[in-house]
Design a protein around this ligand. Structure first.
Ligand code: GDP
Length: 446
């Protein structure tokens, strides 16, 4: 995952500092220098890194650290706040209203994922009951219209474009007019991207913007963009009033710091992130949970809220206790499955913790997931207490697996799948071992 390495390096620097017996100016400086190096290595712009260091120094009081207050928490909180500040310009972007026509124009370099993102954005809103439409004002790249047309057709979203008209301004204007008449409430205009900043690209962008009067201009940026990100994003912002950012390819292994810089350059919030090539690999972006996870802190407040919401009250203390012991048995899995079936996806709870992907309950497949969970539970009904209460997967040898399959009327393969699922969850669970789960009053990370 993008930026994961940065999160790891920062956490290590903080850990090293909190291991020191005496915290003085030097130890703090060493820690901050280490963090700076990590940020620069991740391609965050130099000036931003410097500002961040200065701000942290202003906030962190060395006497507090020396007095033995929770050093790790103090520094982590300061870094957390600074990274949030970098990603959050403090003012929300324009929010379109359902039923009222809004024009959203997408800009960005070629290959950034702009066309794909236009469709993802339309599809996301369509699923929520909007009436989106796509306009292809990219007359520069051969095949751009075909690509948009293909995506739009797949998602059953109306589109507008031309094979013969070469004036992007005209197409954009006509497209927007057409869809306004058709009462579409989200008219998305895809514009040309070029390889690099070019005067003609910016001029064209300005003209399309003037002609269509967009309510929001979204700057689409590839997360792998390096140190050049800040200048590029700024150049876009200077040409047209960029109001929001979408970062794509967050599923890759890019260093990702350029993305942080670009957000700072445009002073606009990130509204969504792209996490894959498919239409539904698109997520709403929320700064605090993102930075929390980045720093390996987990989204504790969200996690606790979910636990309180999903898990029955009387089971909560025991579940939290078991979580901190890191001892995951098949019986715990069984009990959590019962909760899932009763109250909705506990996958949501775990997805807030670092390292967990909601594989058990993928979005859009809730029915199948529920059926799978019920099957798993039938198989577990054929297990002995010893098997259910053990956290040792080796206990489940071949003859036990055959017996469980026979007892539950399922295939051996299915029992093995269930045990794989158990091992996967146990691995995640074990990561929480020893973690001090914050109490309600302690949750100041949000
Ligand atoms: P454009 O030139 O900016 O319009 O870029 P495209 O939309 O054509 O995308 C360029 C490539 O990036 C395509 O192969 C897309 O499938 C891919 N792409 C776009 N968004 C994502 C993403 O979030 N993750 C991944 N892995 N690939 C993406």
């Amino acid at each position: 995952m993008v930026l994961a390495q940065l999160g790891g390096s920062i956490s290590r620097a903080i850990q090293q500092m909190s291991n020191a017996t005496i915290i003085d100016e030097k130890v703090l400086n060493d820690c901050l220098n280490e963090i700076n190096r990590a940020l620069l290595n991740a391609d965050v712009q130099f000036q931003l890194v410097r500002n961040m260091q200065n701000n942290i120094k202003k906030i962190v009081n060395i006497e507090d650290l020396a007095a033995g207050h929770n050093k790790r928490r103090i520094i982590q909180q300061a870094i957390f706040n600074e990274l949030c500040k970098m990603l959050d310009p403090g003012k929300p972007s324009f929010t379109p209203k359902k039923g009222k026509p809004s024009v959203i124009m997408f800009v960005g370099l070629q290959g950034s994922g702009k066309t794909t993102t236009c469709t993802k954005y339309a599809y996301y809103h369509q699923k929520k009951g909007w009436k989106p439409a796509l306009v292809c004002a990219d007359t520069f790249r051969a095949g751009a219209f075909d690509q948009l047309k293909q995506n739009a057709t797949k998602a059953k979203i109306p589109f507008y474009g031309s094979y013969t008209e070469s004036d992007p301004v005209r197409i954009a204007e006509e497209g927007v007019e057409t869809f306004k008449k058709e009462n579409c409430d989200l008219i998305i205009v895809d514009t040309s991207g070029r390889h690099k900043q070019e005067a003609s690209l910016f001029e064209e962008m300005r003209q399309v913007s003037e002609a269509t009067k967009p309510d929001l201009i979204v700057f689409v940026m590839d997360s792998s963009i390096g140190q050049a990100a800040f200048d590029q994003a700024q150049a876009f912002k200077q040409s047209v009033p960029v109001g929001a950012v979408i970062i794509t390819k967050m599923d890759g292994h890019a260093k990702g710091g350029g993305a942080l810089s670009a957000v700072a350059a445009t002073k606009s919030p990130v509204i969504f992130i792209g996490t894959g090539e498919h239409m539904d690999e698109f997520e709403v972006f929320d700064v605090k949970p993102f930075v929390s996870r980045l720093l390996g802190m987990g989204d504790w407040s969200g996690f606790m809220d979910k636990i309180h919401e999903v898990v029955p009250k009387e089971q909560q203390p025991e579940l939290l206790q078991k979580l901190s012991e890191g001892n995951f048995t098949l019986r715990i899995m069984y009990e959590q499955f019962q909760n899932i079936l009763k109250m909705g996806p506990i996958g949501q709870v775990f997805s807030m913790l670092p390292g967990f992907s909601a594989e058990l309950m993928p979005k859009g497949h809730e029915k199948e997931s529920q059926a799978k969970i019920k099957r798993y539970m039938t198989m577990m009904d054929s297990m002995t207490n010893e098997e259910l209460d053990s956290s040792n997967p080796k206990l489940m040898n071949e003859s036990r697996i055959m017996r469980i399959a026979r007892g539950s009327g399922r295939h051996v393969r299915e029992v093995m799948d269930m045990l794989e699922e158990y091992k996967r969850l146990a691995k995640i669970w074990s990561k929480m071992k020893g973690l001090k789960i914050p109490t309600k009053g302690d949750m100041n990370m949000r």
